[in-house]
Design a binder for this molecule. Structure first.
Ligand SMILES: *Cc1c(COP(=O)(O)O)cnc(C)c1O
Length: 236
């Protein structure tokens, strides 16, 4: 199947999930996860109509930049960091990315705020939440004082705009086992939005190639799709 066919199929499945949930199709964005894909494939995806991309690693994205720049991609496409951000990469990430979807500590928010100020940018960010102990390595526990502090200090982040929450649930073939995680993220978001009405928490980034339909049924506003668009990733 061609990339265009893959995209059309994913978009149809997204619309079907929206219909089942009584949601507007425009309420969910399709993010193409282009990690491990060569930059030419990203240019191809943009030509096929995609505008939102997710990359996992700062260094990898930096290396793709020259080819992307030649493919007249910038300005028409936005790139989010959806992988863990190490402190020594914060300055570079603030320069390169349009948004950071993986804020998982107070310290990272402080550093990124500083770096965004230095880059003269106001960066949209998502707070990554860890909903299960065993499987996900990154993210703030939903009951943590650190999550509370991040939201209470929202006005301190002069160069960050908190936009919502992101999560990666444990993998399961059985989608009904994944559904409760998506639901918990939405319930958490609703509770936090009530507690912190001055913070915009409208975005819920959840769902990947195998589970985005359930994620959309549970309220996802951004489906992060790699394999179902680009095919299997090249081996490391
Ligand atoms: C790789 C990745 C995805 C996409 O995974 P697929 O199963 O290929 O769709 C989505 N989100 C994150 C955080 C990822 O690392």
């Amino acid at each position: 199947m061609s990339m265009a066919e893959n995209i059309a199929r994913v978009q149809e499945q997204m619309r079907a999930a929206c219909r089942r949930a009584g949601r507007q199709p425009e309420s969910v964005q399709l993010m193409a996860v282009s990690k491990m894909q060569p930059p030419e494939r990203i240019v191809e995806a943009q030509a096929a109509g995609l505008r939102l991309f997710g990359e996992n690693r700062v260094q990898e994205f930096a290396e793709k930049q020259p080819v992307l720049a030649a493919g007249i991609l910038f300005g028409e496409a936005s790139f989010h960091l959806i992988g863990p951000l190490q402190s020594n990469k914060v300055a570079r990430a603030a320069q390169l990315f349009d948004a950071i979807d993986t804020i998982d500590s107070l310290r990272l928010a402080e550093r990124l705020n500083h770096a965004a100020a230095a880059a003269n940018k106001s960066l949209p960010v998502l707070l990554e939440i860890k909903l299960s102990e065993e499987t996900s390595k990154h993210g703030l526990p939903p009951e943590s004082a650190e999550l509370t502090a991040l939201l209470e200090r929202a006005s301190d982040w002069t160069h960050l705009q908190i936009r919502g929450l992101m999560t990666v649930p444990p993998y399961s073939e059985n989608l009904e086992e994944v559904r409760p995680y998506f639901r918990r993220l939405r319930v958490l978001r609703d509770a936090l939005a009530q507690r912190y009405p001055h913070v915009a928490l409208d975005q819920l980034s959840m769902g990947m190639s195998h589970d985005f339909s359930v994620a959309i049924e549970e309220g996802s506003t951004c489906a992060r799709i790699g394999t179902a668009i680009f095919g299997a990733r090249p081996p490391l």
